[in-house]
Write a protein of this length. Sequence first.
Length: 338
Amino acid sequence: MGLQETKIESLPFVTAELNYLAPIDGKPRTYAFDPPPGEPKSTSLPEPHQVPIFDARLIAQNFSLDREGFALVRHPTQVKDFYNDEEIRSVYYPAVEAFLRATLKADRVFIFDHTVRKRVEGAPDIRGGGPRQPATRVHVDQTAISGANRVREHLPDEAEELLKGRVQVINLWRPIRGPLRDSPLAMADGTTVAPEDLVASDLIYPNRRGETYSVKYNPNHRWFYFPEMTPDEALLLKCYDSATDGRTRFGPHTAFVDPSTPADAAPRESGAHAGVPPAVTKCDGIDGHRPAMFPELSGTKRRLHRRAGQPGGCRARADDAIGSSGQLFAFCLFCCPR
């Protein structure tokens, strides 16, 4: 059953502020390092909007990577220390590659990056300047141009042949500790996002220029989140898809301040990885795997009482055990399904 058969309005929700792109003249740009003298760090200014963000737990099995652009999966990990780069590359990379190949039916998966995030109150989000901070603006990690360029950058000898088939960039995002309560991730239903809502924006590095999508506000957008994610769960986020047959190609997402988060909740820590599966003729996301992947969702223990239709939507029990901060580990992958 897809979302079209689900009464979304009956789901519990929170009302929260999301930062969209404010109107701007010219192409937005952001420096990933200290900008030249006289230049602003970014010309992308936020336009905050209060929106309902629906609790997707009760309908987790209804989401499709190809339709909505995201999906919740069960993915236990053997990694002990997500701050140990050697362990990440030797233990986590191979496990995620195998998982994505099986889940997406990909011919190949190429992992090209990972990021660990830990929210520090008041700290700027600077690469190489301490832990990365949660991204609190609505965005997509790739664009139609940069998604294809990722293949050319990392697999130059095979790129043009691979790009004749189907290529995806998938982000695998997870909490390292849980339940995650601070700065959770919200995902837009890709079927509610119009092409004109996506604004290509330059991301300028010292030695290259990348491109992401900023997102303009559209009242038709429909937002979801999965409260209290545990370390055995992960999200698959669609960042790019070369297929142009009507399925969702780009999935906007953002961290947000959940008004139901207890005041003493530990700050979020998170991580992200990126990779690519090349040359694809068919990709069904996670469809067909749900019985094995989602059996635990209906029985997930909930620590918060949520009430549909009430601003904030949640309240904590007095005896609520506050979980340690969550770490989100995201992989952006070129996924080339068979």
